[in-house]
Design a protein around this ligand. Sequence first.
Ligand SMILES: [Zn+2]
Length: 212
Amino acid sequence: MNVQTPKSSPENRGAGTQVSRKEAEAAVRTLLLWAGEDPAREGLHDTPARVVRSYEEFFRGYAEDPVALLARTFEEIEGYDEMVVLRDIRIESHCEHHMVPIIGRAHVGYLPGTRVVGISKLARVVDAYAHRFQIQEKLTAQIANTINDVLQPRGVAVVIEAGHQCMSTRGVHKPGSSMVTSRMLGAFRDDASTRREFLAMISSRSCTSIES
Ligand SMILES: [Zn+2]
């Protein structure tokens, strides 16, 4: 059986390029058996197919190209040179160590150079990386680095707060804990007042708890 190597380039994505749907469904059946179940019983009959379809949703990010998402930019910005911040972007990801959900939110800010991008595109970049197997540190860096490389703004800031089900439903069992990661580039890294302004913007909201 082929071993699939994780690649983020659009040519080498998962989603069944090397493993057939049948093989993926058989793998789910094996896990059900291993857990002590009878995969042939009525309630589980369609489960392997459902799980594989869920995986197509959870991991659709392998089929998305975050660089291409940021390709269309707008230059008619009337000299706007202040921070652009999109906060509370829902994160639904999966931890690459345990394959269980990471649920949280991301805050993304940048200081435009000469162009801006449609604001929904920032959320799409977050989604494209989140819908892969991840660790939060890498997810945070990938989002910031891609925005930085493609838009070439004066700075990028990304903060992610998330609950990890590998910590809440297993292992140390600490529900309610959340992990916070950040990556600051350009002016957000070099200039303390810019960084403070961003952090104030993302904290001036009503607090909602993170599901984990
Ligand atoms: Zn984990």
